[in-house]
Design a protein around this ligand. Sequence first.
Ligand code: PXP
Length: 247
Amino acid sequence: MILLGVNIDHCATVRQARYRHEPTTVGGAVEPDPVSLAVIAERAGADGITVHLREDRRHIQERDVARLRECIQTRLNLEMACTPGMIEYATKLKPDSVCLVPENRSEITTEGGLDVVAQKDRVKRCVESMTAAGIKTSLFIDPDDAQIELAAELKSPWIELHTGAYANAYFTSRRAVEFERLRKGAARAHGLGLTVNAGHGINYVNIAEIRTVANLHELNIGHSIISRALFTGIEEAVREMKLRMNA
Ligand code: PXP
């Protein structure tokens, strides 16, 4: 069975669009509350909750993360940049896992995989710090052999394969090529002993094919679930995705 990590960043995006200048993140008229959403998502079958505490704090805030750490009963997966400040923050917070992602201030959401090859020493230090703190590390990487092999060499227990290129190519002639990259990447990573997660751009349509990639442990899905929840509520949105993931 493939597990589902629900990324709730976009719930916070909606709140920040109206209330970013409020001194509080919850209560009074301030809504929607991503922590309440996370708790209901868990009740509907989410196996974990994912948030990305960005350097620019454009959606999830530190207070949300602290409340999540106290309230949720599944697993907290913290996506973060590979910086000394975030390493210190994660070491104190103790999420169940961290997923190292690249961060670029101008992007709307995470655009490409982490280039582990180009920043080997930096990523190595981060993996070591997290391991010493008892936190599992995942590296958000493109399905390229060089990145996957280095993730294994650095002893990151997990990787998250970036499914964005596949999702963008879904209605084009490149879809089969991108799918094959994912399939081969997952097989290579599994062969090296890595736990293979995937995420970015996964929706209620492309999940039918994504779920056929062998050796997937968990999918991290945000935008499509939060969007669907506007119409059906978060419980139904999570249930429907889990059904489609494990049809
Ligand atoms: N995984 C990672 C590492 C991400 O940064 C994101 C958000 O960009 C997601 C998964 C979820 O992507 P989406 O919102 O497109 O489902």
